[in-house]
Design a protein around this ligand. Structure first.
Ligand code: NAD
Length: 464
C-alpha cells in the first residue's frame, strides 16, 4: 500500500474514502485531465521500462521481447489508441427518436461510474492491472489498484511508481494478499474489475453484491484448440507453440489442450516438438527466451498433473530455478486432473480422436472457455465451430493474436467471466451509458393524457 500501512484496516477504508471524495470533486471527468493522466502513464512506461522489465524478469523470468509484446508494448498501444479515440468515445451517441416522441432528440451520454477497484493477477502483472486502469482513466473514473502479491516485485514497483506519475488523490495502489483484498472488498466501490481464478471470482462477486456493485470478472478455464485435417500443420504447430509456451504457459488464453484426428496426430506432435526445439533450443532450460513458474505451489500443482500420464515430450523440471520444460502429454483420461482443471502452465495434452466430428461435442461438454482456437482451411468447418460452440473469444488459424486488435472486445462468457474490455469496450465497460431524451415544448399533443377515449387509443395504436 503506497500511502498507508497495509495491515491497518482503517487505513484502507480511509484511503478508499479519500479516492471517492476525489471522484466526487468532479475533476477526473475533464477530458484534458484524462488525457494528461494517460500521457503520464505512457511517460512512466517509457522512463521506467528498465525497472518494469527487470521486475517481470525477476517475477516470471520474462525475456525483454516477450515482456514488451505482451506487457509494456501492449499497454502503450492501448494508451495511444485510447488517446486517439477518446474524444469520439466521450461524445453523445445519437439514437433515433420515434414519431410519438417527436419533436425531440435521443442520445446516449457516457458518464464515469465513480471509483473502480482493479484487482490484478500475477501472470501478466503489469498489463492486467494497467490496461483496466487505462479504461478507468479514459472513462473519467478514479481507481484503487490491487496488484497480485504473487508477482511481488512488480507489485512493489507499481506501488512506488504510480504515485510518482499519476494523480495521487485519484489513483492509489494497495499492496497485499487475501487479508488486504478482503478489507478492500468490504468498501463501497462503483465497479470492481477482477482478473484471476474462478474461486476468487465468486468471493469478489458475493462481496460486490453486498453493495450492489457491478463487476467485471476476467477469469480463465480450459481453452481448447481444435486442429482440423485441412490445417497447414507446420504453421499451426508454430502458432500453437508460440501461444502455449509464451510465459511458460501461464497465460489465461493459452491453448489448454489440443483436439486432433488420429490420422494426423503423429504429424502434429512431431511438428510441435520441432517448433519447441526451434524456438527454445534442444535445452530449453538454457533458453533466455523461456520463462519460469511463478512459485513452488504452482510448480507442484503442475508436477502433479503429470502423474500416471503418457509424457511424449519434455517433462524435465527444476523446482529451484522454476524451470518446467515444454511438455506434451498424449491422450490423458478425460476425467484425470489435467483434463479437469485449467493447466495454466507449460503442459499441453493432445487428445486424439477417431473423427474430428467428436471435437465440438467434447468442447460443449465442458464449461464455456475464455478462448477457443480452431486451425482449419475449411470454411464449412470454421462456420460449424463458430455456430455450434460458445467461447469468450475465438481465433481461427492462430493463437491469441486477437488480443493485439484494440477494436476487439476481450472477455469471457459463462464460467470464463463476464464483461469485456480493451479499446472502446473498456471505456464503455467502465462508463454508465446514460440515456437522454430531450423533448420540445412545442406540439404538446394530448393523446397520451387522460381522459382516454376509443379514438385516442386507435390513434395511439397506430403511432406507438
Ligand atoms: P492471483 O493468485 O494473482 O489472484 C488474483 C487476485 O485475487 C490477486 O490480486 C489476489 O490478491 C486476489 N485474491 C486471492 N485470493 C483471494 C481471496 N481469498 N479473497 C480475495 N482476494 C483474493 O491469481 P490466480 O487466481 O492464480 O490467477 C490465475 C487465474 O486467473 C487463471 O484461472 C487464469 O486463467 C485467470 N486469468 C484470467 C485472465 C483474463 O484476462 N481473463 C488473465 C490472467 C489470468
Amino acid at each position: 500500500m503506497n500511502a498507508a500501512d497495509p495491515t491497518n484496516h482503517s487505513e484502507i477504508a480511509n484511503l478508499v474514502s479519500g479516492v471517492r471524495d476525489t471522484f466526487a470533486s468532479g475533476y477526473s471527468k475533464d477530458y484534458a485531465w484524462r488525457v494528461e493522466q494517460l500521457k503520464q502513464l505512457e511517460l512512466m512506461i517509457k522512463e521506467k521500462q528498465d525497472d518494469l522489465l527487470s521486475a517481470l524478469h525477476t517475477d516470471l523470468g520474462k525475456c525483454k521481447t516477450e515482456a514488451w509484446i505482451s506487457e509494456l508494448g501492449f499497454v502503450l498501444s492501448d494508451i495511444n489508441h485510447t488517446i486517439k479515440h477518446l474524444k469520439k468515445w466521450m461524445k453523445p451517441r445519437k439514437k433515433s427518436t420515434p414519431i410519438g416522441a417527436q419533436p425531440g432528440k435521443s442520445y446516449v451520454l457516457p458518464e464515469p461510474l465513480g471509483t473502480v477497484l482493479i484487482i490484478g493477477a500475477w501472470n501478466y502483472p503489469f498489463q492486467l492491472l494497467i490496461a483496466p486502469l487505462v479504461a478507468a482513466i479514459a472513462a473519467g473514473n478514479c481507481a484503487v489498484l490491487k496488484p497480485s502479491e504473487l508477482s511481488s516485485h512488480m507489485s512493489t514497483l507499481l506501488a512506488q511508481l504510480i504515485p510518482k506519475y499519476l494523480d495521487n488523490n485519484a489513483y492509489v495502489v494497495v499492496e497485499g494478499a487475501v487479508d488486504e483484498t478482503t478489507e478492500l472488498l468490504k468498501q463501497q466501490f462503483d465497479h470492481i474489475f477482477y482478473t484471476g481464478g474462478e474461486a476468487v471470482g465468486k468471493i469478489v462477486m458475493s462481496a460486490a453484491a453486498k453493495h450492489l456493485t457491478p463487476v467485471t470478472l476476467e477469469l480463465g478455464g480450459k481453452s481448447p484448440c481444435i486442429v482440423d485435417n485441412s490445417a497447414n500443420i507446420d504453421v499451426t504447430a508454430a502458432r500453437i507453440v508460440w501461444s502455449k509456451w509464451m510465459n511458460a504457459g501461464q497465460t489465461c488464453v493459452a491453448p489448454d489442450y489440443v483436439l486432433v484426428e488420429k490420422s494426423i496426430s503423429d504429424q502434429l506432435v512431431i511438428a510441435i516438438q520441432n517448433k519447441i526445439s526451434d524456438f527454445y533450443g534442444k535445452k530449453p532450460e538454457t533458453s533466455k527466451d523461456y520463462g519460469k513458474i511463478i512459485n513452488e505451489r504452482h510448480f507442484q500443482r503442475l508436477t502433479g498433473y503429470l502423474e500416471n500420464q503418457n509424457v511424449v515430450f519434455g517433462g524435465n523440471q527444476n523446482i529451484q530455478t522454476g524451470f518446467f520444460e515444454p511438455t506434451l502429454v498424449l491422450d490423458p483420461a478425460l476425467d484425470s486432473t489435467i483434463m479437469q482443471e485449467e493447466i495454466f502452465g507449460p503442459i499441453l495434452p493432445i487428445i486424439t480422436l477417431d473423427s474430428i466430428d467428436e471435437a465440438i461435442p467434447m468442447v460443449n461438454a465442458r464449461a464455456k472457455p475464455l478462448a477457443l482456437y480452431v486451425y482449419t482451411d475449411s470454411n464449412d468447418y470454421e462456420q460449424k465451430v463458430l455456430q455450434q460452440t460458445s467461447a469468450g473469444n475465438v481465433c481461427v488459424n492462430d493463437g491469441f493474436m486477437f488480443m493485439t486488435n484494440p477494436d476487439l472486445p476481450f472477455g469471457g462468457v459463462g464460467n470464463s467471466g463476464m464483461g469485456s474490455y480493451h479499446g472502446q469496450s473498456g471505456f464503455d465497460r467502465l462508463s454508465h451509458l446514460k440515456t437522454v431524451m430531450k423533448r420540445s415544448f412545442k406540439f404538446d399533443v394530448s393523446l397520451r393524457y387522460p381522459p382516454f377515449s376509443k379514438f385516442k387509443l386507435s390513434i395511439l395504436k397506430r403511432v406507438l
